[in-house]
Write a protein that binds this ligand. Sequence first.
Ligand SMILES: Nc1ncnc2c1ncn2[C@@H]1O[C@H](COP(=O)(O)OP(=O)(O)O)[C@@H](O)[C@H]1O
Ligand SMILES: [Mg+2]
Length: 285
Amino acid sequence: MNGPALRIRGVLKVFDAETRPPVWRRILSNGVGPASKQVVAVDRVDLDVQRGEIFGVLGANGSGKSTLIRLVSTLLIPDGGEVRVFDHDVVAEEMVVKRLINRVSVEAAFFKKLSPMENLLYAARLYGLDAGEARRRIVEILGQLGIEARRVGEPLEKMSRGMQQKVAIARALLTAPMLLLLDEPTPGLDPRSQREVQQFILQVRARHNATVVLTTHDMDEADRLCDRIGIIDQGRLVAQDTPAGLKRLIAPEGEATLEDVFMQLTGRSLEEIEAESVVPAGIGG
Ligand SMILES: Nc1ncnc2c1ncn2[C@@H]1O[C@H](COP(=O)(O)OP(=O)(O)O)[C@@H](O)[C@H]1O
Ligand SMILES: [Mg+2]
């Protein structure tokens, strides 16, 4: 197989931005009320991610990151354009694409009273994996994650958020996805857990030869972790390049930070955008 892992062309997603409570919407829905406002969450994005790459989508809250990930993971259908995963169309070949990807979202659905092993065995059964084989793989993956054998049987709720996030990524690896989609893998983690999860993502790429697309609003994380970064602002991908390439773009000679790049390209700092935004973080999951 040749070609990119992910190919996105002119993809568009529009939502109705309903601000009125549902009861008023119903009363006003007979053409009486004003037409509901629309939000262009993803605005004609073009993007290629090469095999084995770690690609970061960097943007403020509400900029369209999760929507983009959900379009790739077949959870949403685009209103325009095309998304292809290993050259399979996400709409026409949904089931093929589902087997090639795995999405890890902020709030992983786990049984918190159960241990990592129990949770992962449950997931393995859902995926139809052989139990013996699954158990062997789980031990191996959790070992790579630095989760000591004695903790594998401990209830998840007793573990740190960083540890829980690693178990979420481990679950994604059970099915050996070729394209791993990580929607904000590290917010709310303490710096040490954040580093561990980042290290783990690098290992995953190295050991499983996976392609990783992650979203973040953390500049340092994007800079440290990603081979290339796409900056997204109000649904539009305003630039994409290596971290160094992005910096060169605005300061060919001198020193620039990713923060400078972001400011230059969007006209505002990430903090400013997030302060203006009324969007709660992680909408829709
Ligand atoms: N299911 C939905 N219904 C209506 N609007 C949505 C929905 N999902 C996202 N949006 C809107 O689309 C825009 C992008 O949201 P999102 O993709 O969640 O951004 P991010 O992940 O970068 O925070 C926001 O304006 C958000 O309010
Ligand atoms: Mg999001």
